[in-house]
Structure formats: C-alpha cells, structure tokens
Design a protein around this ligand. Structure first.
Ligand code: CTP
Ligand code: CA
Length: 226
C-alpha cells in the first residue's frame, strides 16, 4: 500500500495521543464515565509508531493493549489526564486529543461508600478543566488536533471548537451514523483545518482514518517548518 512508502514520515517527532474515556469517582465503588473504547486513539498511536514518531499514549481505562514501541501512561480522571499530558507538553511536536473527556466531575468524592437512604438522590457536579482549550491557550509550536463527536450541526460545532480551542485541526464524526463513533471498527469523519480546508472522508477503518489524520499532521508540521 501507499502508506508503506511513508515509513519515517514522522521520524523524530514527539506525539502525545490521548485516548479512551475518563473515569470520575463518586465514592470507592462508583464512578461516572462514557462509552469510549479507545479504538480510534490506539489506532493513531499504532500508525504513528510505524511512521517513526516517538509516541506517548495517555489513556483512560480500556480493554486494549497499548501498541508496541510507545510510552504508555494510564490515567483515570480528566484531572489526571491533564497532568500527564501537561508534563510532556513543552517537548511535544503534536498533541492528538482523541479521548472522550468528562465535562463534569462530582463536586465531592466520598471516602466511604455512600449508603442508600429513603427518597431520591441528587449528585452535584462541577466542571472539569478543558484540556484541549488549556493546551491551545499555552501553545508555542505544537500542532493540536481535537476530536468532536456530534449528533447534529456537525460543521457549526466543529468549526467553533477549532477556533475556541486554538486547535489546528478538528476531526468530527456524526455518532448517529452507522459505522461511526464509539466501539466501531470503522469511522466516518470530516476534517476541519485552521486554513478553512474541509475534507470529508468516506467510511473507512479506524486504521485508515488514523493514517489520513497523520498525513494531515505531517503536512501541518512541514508548513510550520517552512
Ligand atoms: N476535551 C478536552 N477536555 C475536556 C473536554 C473536551 O480536552 N474537558 C477535548 C476532547 O478530547 C476533544 C475536544 O476537546 O478533542 C472536543 O471535545 P467535545 O466533547 O466534542 O467538545 P466540548 O468542548 O466538551 O463541548 P460539548 O461536549 O459541549 O460538545
Ligand atoms: Ca464534551
């Protein structure tokens, strides 16, 4: 395949990839999370390693095995994921934020198991830090790639995330489409770039989507160097 010829394309580039869900604890036995399986992020990590990049995979809990040849950091909460990414941010050339990060975390995490009582229960949530937004605000030279899983108004939301978070690229997918999104081996994405370019890709394997994304990243890195 054409991709075989691209071995070494990302040589000497340090790429942080965040993948999977975050887990926000309520008490020692309960948590709030989401349906992310990590497949998209792990596919990107694997493809990046084969293109010669130095890959740091920061991942929430998944059932997947980290690809050989990458540095693997396991995280749970959005806060932990932020800290892990932040500690490598200065030295990174690229950050790809595939992870499905919780927008809210319980305001209080109980040290003991919460016992049931008569009547209903409400749990207060506070906002988490927006990791991509924070990276965008402190960007020096890094290429930032975000993901957006949407159910409607995809173009509008993707473009506004691109600008708001100071990202270079947003990879958007319509999670209501069959063959796209959580748990699927395929994905149907549209890539929105900073320069206004929009690239709609047909349904393809997550491995192929990963390769497309990394080729775009390669182009952006070369633009920066020029
Ligand atoms: N993201 C992040 N930190 C958060 C929330 C989101 O870094 N606390 C990142 C995701 O990893 C993704 C991008 O921001 O790359 C877009 O995430 P998404 O959930 O689609 O957007 P939000 O800004 O959270 O907006 P909303 O959920 O309301 O659509
Ligand atoms: Ca969100």
């Amino acid at each position: 395949e054409h991709f075989q010829r691209d071995v070494g394309l990302l040589k000497d580039k340090k790429i942080i990839i965040s993948a999977g869900p975050t887990v926000e604890k309520i008490d020692p036995v309960r948590f709030v999370s989401n349906h992310s399986t990590g497949k998209m992020g792990y596919s990107i990590a694997e493809a990046a390693v084969s293109l010669g990049a130095e890959v740091i995979l920061v991942s929430g809990p998944t059932n997947l095995t980290p690809p050989n040849g990458c540095k693997f950091i396991q995280t749970e909460s959005a806060e932990e994921m932020f800290e892990a990414i932040w500690s490598y941010y200065n030295e990174a050339d690229v950050v790809i934020k595939t992870a499905a990060v919780a927008d809210y975390t319980p305001s209080i995490t109980y040290d003991q198991k919460v016992k049931k009582a008569d009547g209903d229960l409400s749990i207060a949530f506070k906002r988490t830090k927006d990791i991509l937004l924070t990276l965008g605000q402190h960007k020096t030279h890094q290429i930032l790639v975000g993901f957006a899983a949407e159910t409607d108004q995809i173009d509008e939301y993707a473009k506004s995330k691109l600008l708001k978070k100071n990202a270079d690229m947003i990879v958007a997918n319509d999670v209501t489409k069959a063959g796209a999104g959580f748990g699927s081996d395929t994905n149907i994405v549209t890539i929105f770039k900073r320069n206004g370019e929009v690239k709609s890709l047909p349904k393809m394997s997550k491995k192929e989507v990963a390769e497309e994304i990394l080729l775009e990243v390669h182009h952006l890195l070369n633009e920066v160097e020029r």
